[in-house]
Design a protein around this ligand. Sequence first.
Ligand code: SF4
Length: 348
Amino acid sequence: MKPLIYDIRLEALKKWLEENGEKSFRAGQIYDWLYVKRVSSFEEMSNLSKAFREKLAASFEIRGLDLITKQVSADGTIKFLFSLHDGHAIETVIMRHNYGNSVCVTTQVGCRIGCTFCASTLGGLKRNLTAGEIVSQVLMAQKALDEDDERVSHVVVMGIGEPFENFEALLDFLYIINNDKGLNIGQRHITVSTSGIVPKIYQWADDMNQFNLAISLHAPNTELRSRLMPINRGFPLKDLLEACRYYVNKTGRRITFEYGLFGGVNDSVAHANELADLIGDINCHVNLIPVNYVPERDYVRTPREDIFEFHRTLQKRGINATIRREHGSDIAAACGQLRAQHAKEAAR
Ligand code: SF4
């Protein structure tokens, strides 16, 4: 199978051009057609000769993702379900903020991490996405925003999958969307979230220190975290926090901890205090995520007052924390829900 043209970093494209008897500056022209003019076929690249366009078409696919469903929320959130060339379905979400539009992308079809609150892991991991399949999600979101003359200003790698388990494709994806000849999304406007693959956090701190890092923490002690996230048995909380401290010291940057609030599980004032004890020495921001009821799982939503109480407790302890605004609560907004619905319908 031919690779997607969106899989290719600019430097790699230049090299390919040279190896194929073409001028390397054509790479910039191709990037302009793909990411600035956003054409959908090689034929539209009108400043390239016909023979050259045919050569490109013989070597690369330009096919994007096929739209299965699109849901638009009253608050402007747009949720897409796309089909890949092999029939797998993936989700992508556009969220509107006062500071811009962020796109949440998926990096894997399914996931093998097994977080007990997550519907996306129920069928295990089917396969990794290629860099181009992740890039295509941002591009499709940008094409949707083009209708309103708006742009994708931020990207969060927090959709289905563990991005650090698809590391090479993740790096290619980040370099491609950050390239100023392409979508030109600033490194500090891109956040990658991990469930806690400790060795990769060290690598991230050393090599990718201008991109934001978020950790799915979800528990204030190792026993509870192991119950919620089996990955904690392989990479225990103590080692995870050591890696987070390394990241903060090495980069001088703040790290984000995501903390999903699950009714009656991890959402008491005692848990908030335990969390403050745990991370109080780390330059961090805690993103509290009130979790909606997920039909496939047993967790229930934390009552509104308890969410505020948890937040107040952290703030009183000097921890920088916010409660995540809900996006698209009138559509299937929780991660994996749209895909799960689609799978059920397909099975009927
Ligand atoms: S929450 Fe993320 S890392 Fe955990 S199982 Fe779901 S997709 Fe995988």
